[in-house]
Design a protein around this ligand. Structure first.
Ligand SMILES: [Zn+2]
Length: 84
């Protein structure tokens, strides 16, 4: 089990911004990777889907809301391992 910070990709700065949320996952990536790549050909875990569906973040550069609410593109949602 590893702990991950969840980030969304921002078109404005071509970087990812943290949702400020953390999640424990059994089968997450070793290095930062998108949810789309991590769960290619598999079901995205319900807890992760809910997390992406219910949360958004704000780009610190443009103050625009970044979200994947609605029909999420999981290739724009990232799992960042937290080294402890
Ligand atoms: Zn941004």
């Amino acid at each position: 089990m590893a702990r991950y910070s969840i980030h969304l990709f921002c078109d404005e700065c071509a970087q990812t911004h943290s949702l400020g949320l953390m999640m424990n996952l059994e089968d997450g990536p070793v290095e930062k990777d998108s949810i789309g790549n991590t769960y290619e050909g598999k079901d995205v875990p319900e807890s992760l889907r809910t997390c992406i569906h219910d949360n958004c973040t704000i780009c610190p550069k443009t103050n625009r809301i970044i979200s994947q609410v609605g029909t999420p593109n999981y290739y724009n949602c990232f799992l960042v391992p937290i080294k402890e």
